[in-house]
Ligand binder design. Sequence first.
Ligand SMILES: [Zn+2]
Length: 246
Amino acid sequence: MELSSKNDKLWVVWIHTYYGKGRTVEYIEAKQASWLVQKILKAKQYMIEVGVNLDEVLEKEHITINYIYKKLKQDHQKMPWRKLVCNNGGMPKWIFILYVAILGKLATRDRLVRWGITNELLCPMCNVEEESMEHLFFKCTYTTTIWEKLLQWMNVKRQPMEWSQEIEWACNNVRGRSANAEIYRIVLASCVYYIWQESNHRIFGAQLRPTGALMKQIIQMVCGRGYMLSRLRRTLEELISTHNEF
Ligand SMILES: [Zn+2]
């Protein structure tokens, strides 16, 4: 857009005169122009579509990429949980499942029944309650035990809560780049992933592993991942040495 006022550049003057014929850039059509000129002129269409006021732009002396980016991006509400997902050093597949779980989109049995895919509603972990997001994370006796022990392992002194409260608690209490905060985010993602994997293994006929075995796998995987990030090593070693019963 800044080009529209650069009358000291010969090619800009030429475009204004030859294609513009006295019109502003908003009304210039240049079907016979070169690829480059057509691209530049076509950009105005994108700007108009996202609600950029061309008059406002033409009045400005300088237009920055930042200004255009913000206009194109538009204002969207920032999700409070985004940092749990975006600032998570866990494996991508853990973060993906955490993200789907936060959106409430995991294909738990209550949803599968609603879609007519199965008639089986019972949670494959406890075989007592219906399997739903809220039940799996963390009302089920099996998963509650695992999350409770993982909280102890991280020295977080509270009991497991229901899913929405867990996410809210994490958003409020697990911020920043301290080692403890980073480890918490990784453990949460890993825990959700391996619980979801265990539930699926169970559906497809595998034996349910004892909570201790799943817990051990989660900690081993978290440590394996965390050791790749040197800033987490010391804290992980402290956690391992103080909780060697796990
Ligand atoms: Zn259950």
